[in-house]
Design a protein around this ligand. Structure first.
Ligand SMILES: [Fe+2]
Length: 207
């Protein structure tokens, strides 16, 4: 293990355990987004350090949801305005949480903006999509893709190609070759079962 990630790795495992205690679905979603972000980072030929930052940002992008009650997180029907305000706080809470941990400065900034979009449904709402880090845009794409292709009780599971089309509308990457690399990485991603996620996570991060 390289020196730049040994301490954050221990902290990442501890934080993921806290996410797992919050709920299996949130945990499985976090693992999926982290592994997908890692895959996209490699497809873009980012440095090992950048890939590590992207992966841990993906694993921990929803850490702020620990502060949101499960009645809201797991509600199968449309959220009311008060509940929606609670959900909108999770990038800020998550970012503040990571900021207090040595070695998570970049991840703290990346996850703050992982719900900033181009279509007016963004939060935090005072940030423009053009000004957020490129890594936040990658996490956003991985988040949307994972949510659409995962099984949920209240929605159908989207085929990968349909999910890609929705990703393109919600998180466009202007540079064509980057966009194609990202979307090809998503298309080539196996849809992992929870059991496989457990094995991959345990073998890579519990060392
Ligand atoms: Fe989120």
């Amino acid at each position: 293990m390289s020196s730049f990630n040994s301490i954050p790795c221990i902290a990442t495992v501890s934080l993921l355990k806290a996410i797992k205690l919050k709920g299996e679905f949130l945990y499985a979603h976090s693992i999926s987004v982290g592994l997908l972000a890692e895959r996209v980072g490699r497809a873009l030929s980012l440095s090992e350090e950048k890939v590590h930052i992207l992966k841990t940002a993906g694993l921990l992008h929803d850490i702020g949801k620990i502060a949101v009650c499960n009645q809201i997180l797991l509600k199968p029907t449309i959220l009311n305005a008060r509940e929606w305000e609670q959900i909108k706080l999770h990038p800020i809470i998550g970012s503040k949480t990571l900021k207090t941990i040595p070695g998570f400065k970049e991840q703290s900034e990346i996850i703050l903006y992982h719900h900033v979009g181009v279509n007016g449904h963004s939060y935090p709402s005072d940030i423009s999509y053009q000004s957020i880090p490129f890594e936040s845009k990658i996490i956003k794409i991985c988040d949307i893709f994972t949510a659409l292709t995962s099984e949920r009780s209240y929605k159908t599971t989207y085929p990968k190609r349909n999910a890609i089309e929705i990703c393109k509308k919600n998180a466009p990457i202007k540079r064509k070759h980057l966009a194609e690399t990202i979307y090809n990485a998503l298309l080539s991603t196996p849809l992992m079962t929870t059991k496989i996620r457990e094995i991959v996570f345990d073998s890579n991060d519990n060392k």
